[in-house]
Design a protein around this ligand. Structure first.
Ligand code: ADP
Ligand code: MG
Length: 268
């Protein structure tokens, strides 16, 4: 075990350990195997992307890591502790920003932390700079674009100094230009804070642009097909040969499945 310089939290080389994770949803008519024998180790400070077609269990996996779903079989540990419920250690970013409409940007970020506390105000303002929202401190959510609102929710999660940030298709609702800008903002946050990230997407380009490793999932039942390291330095160039090769390597993991008559969802 090592000691994290931030806040003295104990961390291990493997921040997240998932072993033989299985999840079954039981409905009136059927049992749905949402996750079968999922094994995944995520290192402290790693940026991991998870890609797969709709229904392959990406959100189910993320919710289990977040502690939002504890009805599973297998081992899921964060920094050596079993995950038994939600906590501020696990930041979660949904596709929709979920801000309080009656609070300003800065107070949305502060949330339940006391605005009277100068340390809280200082931390909030540092995060506003990090997510590039200077000048919008006093704005209300309805005055923000989708990308700006999502940056507020990222700042709100980071204020809690999470051991891991879980992002479930966070840029899925944004147009292509905003999405690409948001990817750069997020990489800058990661390079500054070195927060461990698990970023779920069904966008191939996004998975390769952001991830140090890409987890490829396939459906029926939801399982991990491959974990591919992306050995390209940041910032990455989408037009580079290396990027195109990695893109193809990830896509190949789907094509193999297609040959076995599975379907690959839209966006790939
Ligand atoms: P993804 O996020 O990759 O699109 P999900 O994790 O949402 O996939 O879903 C995985 C599988 O589990 C799908 O077949 C989905 O229909 C099923 N599922 C998800 N949530 C529930 C639920 N609450 N009840 C029953 N089935 C569910
Ligand atoms: Mg999902």
């Amino acid at each position: 075990m090592l000691f994290n310089s931030k806040g003295g939290r104990k961390v291990s080389e493997r921040a997240l350990v998932i072993e033989r994770l299985n999840k079954i949803f039981t409905t009136q008519n059927e049992h749905i195997v949402a996750l079968r024998d999922v094994d995944l180790h995520v290192k402290q400070g790693e940026f991991m992307t998870v890609i797969g077609p709709s229904g392959c269990g990406k959100s189910t996996l993320l919710k289990i890591v977040a502690g939002l779903d504890v009805d599973y079989v297998g081992k899921v540990e964060l920094n050596g502790q079993p995950i038994t419920g939600p906590s501020l250690e696990k930041g979660f970013i949904f596709q929709e920003p979920r801000l309080f409409p009656w609070l300003t940007v800065e107070k949305n970020i502060a949330g339940d932390q006391s605005w009277k506390d100068p340390k809280v105000r200082e931390n909030v303002h540092a995060l506003i700079q990090l997510v590039k929202l200077e000048g919008f401190e006093k704005a209300y959510p309805k005055e923000l674009s989708g990308g700006m609102a999502q940056r507020v929710s990222i700042a709100r999660a980071l204020l809690r100094n999470p051991a891991i940030l879980l992002l479930d298709e966070p840029f899925g609702a944004l147009d292509a230009f905003t999405r690409s800008h948001m990817q750069e903002v997020l990489l800058n946050i990661w390079e500054t804070n070195k927060t461990t990230m698990i970023f779920v997407t069904h966008d191939l380009d996004e998975a390769v642009f952001l991830g140090q490793r890409v987890v490829v999932m396939n459906p029926r039942p939801g399982h991990i097909k491959a974990v591919l390291p992306i050995d390209l330095t940041f910032p990455r160039k989408r037009t580079s040969l290396g990027f195109q090769e990695m893109r193809r390597a990830v896509l190949n993991e789907f094509e193999k499945v297609e040959e076995q008559s599975y379907t690959v969802g839209a966006g790939i």
